[in-house]
Design a protein around this ligand. Structure first.
Ligand SMILES: C[S@@+](CC[C@H](N)C(=O)[O-])C[C@H]1O[C@@H](n2cnc3c(N)ncnc32)[C@H](O)[C@@H]1O
Length: 237
């Protein structure tokens, strides 16, 4: 049932309509390195300095920074009548690339890949297929061939997948008592995000990550350390 306020003023619909503007503002500030620069300098700085350090127009940067202030991603204070910008605590923790809890890789994946593909959502619904061909010129029927279209793209996807486990992995693994399972097989286990939470929560458990050979090789090299001895890998397709 709709409330009378909703019928009087379609706030929810207006929010839905503009949602992509909010997303793209945060994506852009992340991609341009605004949060990283403000973290590096460790003091509030003016838009002109930020624009110069990040090689952007001053006008564009000022608008972006003010939009970020409106979204509570940045703080601003006046010094000599000029706005000086700094990160909020949340931005420092989640939007600075070097933070252990960073969402940077997920955000840039959403911006550069997901956002582009969702532009073709009407076509995807009409045709009932993914839109990698329209978005990226990849005609493969197998979606992971398109996602892993180059080594660089595969790595971006793996970092994107890994990110969410740093945020909610502990809650997920503790939501159920899984202590009865001593040998766990994670099909499509990717970077081992789940596996790491499994072995750190359950001392007796070993986890075998089953994934495509190129993913397993990269996960071994970049994501799972030798200390995580109870994590094993199995290549397959
Ligand atoms: C959406 S990702 C999920 C990754 C992981 N489970 C997570 O939650 O972070 C799907 C995973 O399935 C793997 N995959 C895709 N096709 C596969 C296949 N034929 N055999 C094994 N793994 C496959 C991908 O490489 C990728 O790691």
């Amino acid at each position: 049932m709709c409330s009378s306020e909703e019928l009087e003023y379609p706030q929810k619909l207006l929010d839905y309509q503009c949602g992509f503007l909010v997303s793209k503002t945060m994506f852009t500030a992340c991609e341009l390195g605004v949060f990283d620069l403000l973290h590096e300098v460790q003091e509030p700085i003016a838009a002109t300095t930020i624009a110069s350090r990040l090689s952007t127009s001053v006008d564009g940067m000022e608008r972006l920074l003010d939009a970020c202030v409106g979204l509570k991603l940045l703080k601003v204070e006046l010094k000599n009548n000029e706005g000086h910008y700094s990160n909020t605590d949340v931005s420092t923790l989640y939007l600075v690339k070097s933070s252990p809890k960073t969402l940077y890789h997920m955000i840039t994946y959403y911006s550069q890949t997901t956002y582009k593909l969702w532009h073709f959502l009407p076509e995807a619904i009409r045709e009932g297929k993914s839109q990698y061909e329209r978005g990226f010129g990849i005609s493969s029927k197998e979606v992971f061939e398109a996602i892993y279209r180059s080594e660089e793209e595969m790595l971006k996807f793996l970092y994107h997948m890994d990110t969410i486990w740093t945020i909610c992995g502990k809650d997920i693994i503790q939501a159920f008592d899984l202590s009865v399972f001593c040998s766990v097989y994670d099909l499509g286990g990717c970077t081992g995000g789940l596996a790491k939470h499994f072995v750190s929560t359950y001392n007796e458990t070993t986890v075998t990550i089953m994934d495509l050979p190129s993913v397993v090789q990269t996960a071994k090299k970049k994501f799972v350390t030798d200390e995580e001895q109870r994590i094993h890998f199995l290549e397959g397709a």
